[in-house]
Design a protein around this ligand. Sequence first.
Ligand code: HEC
Length: 140
Amino acid sequence: MKHFLQVILVFLVIGCNQKKEPKIVITEGTTAKQSEMAALMLQMYQVNLENKGLILEGKMPNDFPKEFLNIHTAQLSDPSVRTPNFEVFSEMYINTFQQNVVSDNELAKEKHNATINSCIACHNTTCIGPIPKIKKLLIP
Ligand code: HEC
């Protein structure tokens, strides 16, 4: 008689609540717990990926999504990350992103890359893990 294989899902968490080694979370059937900020970041990543595609097609990027302002309040995996410095980087990122919608495609490319560089600037100080992934959002 056959017996069921126990399926264990292993999630590699790329969040920043660990120092150096990636944390392996073993769960069954459920997804790994994710902070509000991590969820927001993944949304920001998605929209910027879309924007990159749009700009490469000669189209205009999406309007600034208002929920991205939640970067000021979203709960973090590690609340001690929210320092005055973090707030400065958040402001810089929001300001840069809000300037994204312009009429000229060449300029749109420049503004998009400035936004991605503001993501990277904050990540350099708080969360270096996802930087290689974020760099792929840059338009060469
Ligand atoms: C003000 C600082 C700051 C800015 C700006 C910022 N990030 Fe983050 N990012 C963080 C922090 C802190 C975390 C960890 C969040 C957590 O675990 O609670 C994170 C996590 C992430 C993650 C990992 C999410 C996961 O758990 O899988 C990705 C991907 C990411 N950011 C992409 C981006 C992109 C793309 C941008 C720009 C559009 C950006 N970030 C801008 C600080 C920032």
